[in-house]
Design a protein around this ligand. Structure first.
Ligand code: 2AM
Ligand code: CA
Length: 266
């Protein structure tokens, strides 16, 4: 039996993610990709980002005026209810700019600092993922289970690279050492979607350095509820230093290699 509070938070997160996803999909100018070499399209994306975050925080605070918020576009309030919403209105901004389908709205609800609800909507994939703590991970009506672990050399692992050139260069060195030890690497461009792909059994693992709480909040719960293990450096929780998620059996050796290869520092 789902806690009625968690059910309420889930339904609110799903409604907010659906509306923000529609806004982003329907409001994206058709010529955004063509104009991607100029500076103005960045502003259009930023405007869409801000509008989506406002839609989400307005909807939630209408229903739950005492909750706190942490959002990529600046929402940062404490609240008094013990519930805080952690929101990335548009995860995968570069994909959105170019017209690639892998972008998402990510909404997590924390209760006393623990994520209890996660929703990730990927409108161009026609997919919405959700999880409530202790209630499994779902894509619509379909319950998700991460893949059975292959040997590491057959694992398909996704990652991401930072926007800052020097940081990206070091991340490329880590990937350079990792690639011969795996089946292959993917670079999807949305941390939230990568984590859901681990949950859905479409990836064996995922890692990235430099994420913020809003990038991985919802996806981390969805991956864990699908049976994946998640963490940061060995013994730590996911953080800005490092976020790792993988099916058990791949997680441990992958996390160890990332530690050895220095994936947790710039
Ligand atoms: P974004 O699309 O919302 O910016 C891609 O590697 C993933 O990491 C995306 O989820 C992207 O979020 C995030 N990301 C990449 N570089 C980042 C940076 N320098 N700061 C914050 N988030 C970053
Ligand atoms: Ca993001």
């Amino acid at each position: 039996m789902t806690d009625p509070l968690h059910q309420e938070l889930l339904e609110l997160a799903q409604e907010a993610a659906r509306r923000a996803g529609d806004l982003l999909r329907d409001g994206r100018p058709a010529d955004l990709a063509v104009a991607a070499t100029k500076s103005s399209p960045i502003d259009v994306v930023t405007e869409m980002d801000i509008a989506a975050e406002k839609l989400i925080t307005d909807l939630i605070s209408t229903h739950r005026p005492h909750d706190g918020f942490l959002g990529e576009e600046g929402a940062d309030t404490e609240g008094t209810s013990g519930i805080r919403w952690v929101i990335d209105p548009l995860d995968g901004t570069v994909n959105y700019l170019y017209g690639l389908p892998t972008w998402a709205v990510s909404i997590a609800a924390e209760q006393d600092g623990e994520t209890v609800v996660g929703v990730v909507a990927a409108p161009m994939r026609g997919e919405t993922y959700h999880a409530v703590r202790g209630g499994g991970a779902w894509q619509g009506e379909r319950e998700l289970t991460c893949r059975p672990a292959p040997p590491l050399e057959q694992a398909l692992v996704s990652t991401g690279f930072n926007y800052v050139t020097e940081v990206r260069a070091h991340q490329a060195e880590v990937a350079h050492r990792l690639i011969p030890l795996l089946r292959d690497i993917r670079r999807g461009g949305s941390a939230a979607v990568d984590l859901c792909d681990v949950a859905a059994g479409r990836l064996d693992g995922y890692y990235e350095r430099g994420l913020n709480a809003w990038d991985y909040g919802a996806g981390d719960l969805i991956a864990r509820e699908a049976g994946a293990l998640t963490g940061g450096r060995p013994g730590e929780r996911p953080s800005r230093d490092l976020t790792v998620a993988a099916t058990p059996g791949v997680f441990e050796p992958l996390q160890r290699l990332l530690e050895d290869f220095g994936a947790w520092h710039d």
